[in-house]
Ligand binder design. Structure first.
Ligand SMILES: [Zn+2]
Length: 423
């Protein structure tokens, strides 16, 4: 009897799934699912079915999807998705698995293989996780109903459609990349089931992977944030504008995954950075410390806080550190600009302020050898104006003196002439 695999592309019809300006999830899910089916069908001894094929056809309920899988007598149900986050800050791949017994074990074994493939494409490992609902059963309906029908199921969240770290990978791969993802999903299934393909010339019959032991109890998600997060200033360079800070954190139940920092005491935060600078999370641990570099704010102290997130995106804020201001950038006026200024002469009409501004780009004044060039700097009018006013004033006084003298002489001569005529 052959293996029977059901692939379930997420959403459809009115339900778009996640959507951004660039992506609508239901179409990505459908594309990847089609490629997964195409590839997996080429392996020997496997029959592959889709729960739905047209992403614009009316949506199926979760129960209907599982019913289709059950009707096909599925050995495994794979739910195909792409992700988005509320704050548009999360990135990476994750696989959701059942928290229960053999469903967990099988899901985890497959997910380990799948995650290795996704991280090899450059995606960050956000984890293979369980989620429990209020009733104490699997939170995700597809998994809950599938397990009730004795079908193991996983949800593959390939990557995020709203964070540049992931979308850069999607864009770089172009249309062909959805084939890469679908084929990766199919090959991961083939490895998990030790399949071979005579048409593809692939043989995974001896493929080995570490098998997860049957869990003794429900595999609970981590419901609490990291227990500690402390920061300590190592060094600060006010000229370069950087501070080196040691972050120490610990979590009782899951690994440390991301960190972000705030320069305004926790009011606003940076984007998320990986706790460990690698995709596979193999070096990530529940306890650890990292050294990070943060920018100093120009001309004012900043109040640094770091928040560390565990595998389940629960965050804990650190203590606050006051960081010194970055020194203001002092730009020396280039020599040629200075010379240009020296060459400005005022003719007798008097150069106008506008003439000077235009020639100096309005950025500095005559008297300053050094000037802080900042965006809101305006032309300093006083010195240039004073020169002109003084010049005009002296010219006027001079002119008045000449006129007065001239009129005086003229009047005297006229009187002399009149006196001569009378004689
Ligand atoms: Zn989805």
């Amino acid at each position: 009897m052959s293996l029977r695999i059901v692939i379930d592309p997420g959403h459809g019809g009115e339900s778009l799934g996640g959507n951004t300006d660039e992506y609508i999830e239901k179409y990505l899910d459908a594309k990847v699912a089609d490629y997964m089916k195409e590839r997996l069908s080429q392996y020997d001894g496997v029959e592959v079915f889709l729960t739905r094929s047209n992403p614009d056809a009316a949506e199926l309920s979760i129960k209907e999807r599982v019913k289709i899988a059950a009707d096909h007598n599925a050995d495994f149900l794979f739910s195909i998705h792409f992700n988005m986050s509320v704050d548009h800050d999360l990135y990476g791949s994750e696989v959701w698995v059942s928290a229960f017994g053999d469903y967990y074990r099988q899901g985890k074994d497959f997910a380990d293989i799948e995650m290795e493939g996704l991280t090899s494409l450059g995606f960050f490992d956000r984890g293979i996780k369980t989620k429990i609902g209020k009733e104490g059963t699997d939170y995700y309906g597809i998994m809950r109903y599938a397990c009730e029908s004795n079908i193991p199921a996983v949800i593959i969240e390939h990557c995020h459609m709203d964070e540049s770290r992931d979308t850069d990978i999607l864009k770089a791969g172009g249309e062909e990349f959805y084939k890469t993802l679908g084929y990766l999903d199919a090959d991961s299934v083939a490895k998990f089931y030790h399949l071979s393909s005579s048409s593809l010339g692939i043989d995974y019959s001896n493929y080995t992977y570490e098998q997860e032991p049957l869990p003794a109890s429900v595999v609970m998600p981590d419901l609490t944030a990291p227990s500690t997060c402390d920061i300590e200033l190592i060094a600060s360079d006010t000229a370069v504008g950087e501070a080196t800070v040691k972050v120490s954190a610990s979590d009782g139940e899951s690994i440390l995954q991301y960190y972000k920092y705030s320069l305004d005491g926790g009011a606003t935060y940076s984007k998320l950075y990986p706790w460990n600078d690698e995709n596979t999370a193999k070096a990530a641990a529940p306890v650890g410390n990292i050294t990070i570099t943060v920018p100093l704010t120009e001309d004012e102290q900043s109040e640094l806080k770091v928040a560390v997130c565990n595998r389940f995106d629960l965050a804990t804020e650190s203590n606050t550190l006051s960081l010194p201001a970055k020194e203001k950038k002092i730009d020396r006026i280039p020599e040629d600009k200075l010379r240009e200024y020296d060459n400005i002469t005022y003719d007798e009409d008097g150069a106008t302020t506008d003439d000077i501004s235009a020639s100096k780009d309005g950025t500095y004044s005559a008297d300053d050898a050094y000037t802080e060039v900042t965006s809101d700097m305006t032309y300093e009018k006083s010195s240039g104006n004073t020169d002109i006013i003084l010049f005009v004033l002296f010219a006027a006084i001079g002119l008045a003196a000449i006129l007065t003298l001239g009129i005086g002489i003229y009047v005297r001569n006229t009187k002399k002439r009149r006196r001569r005529r009378r004689r």
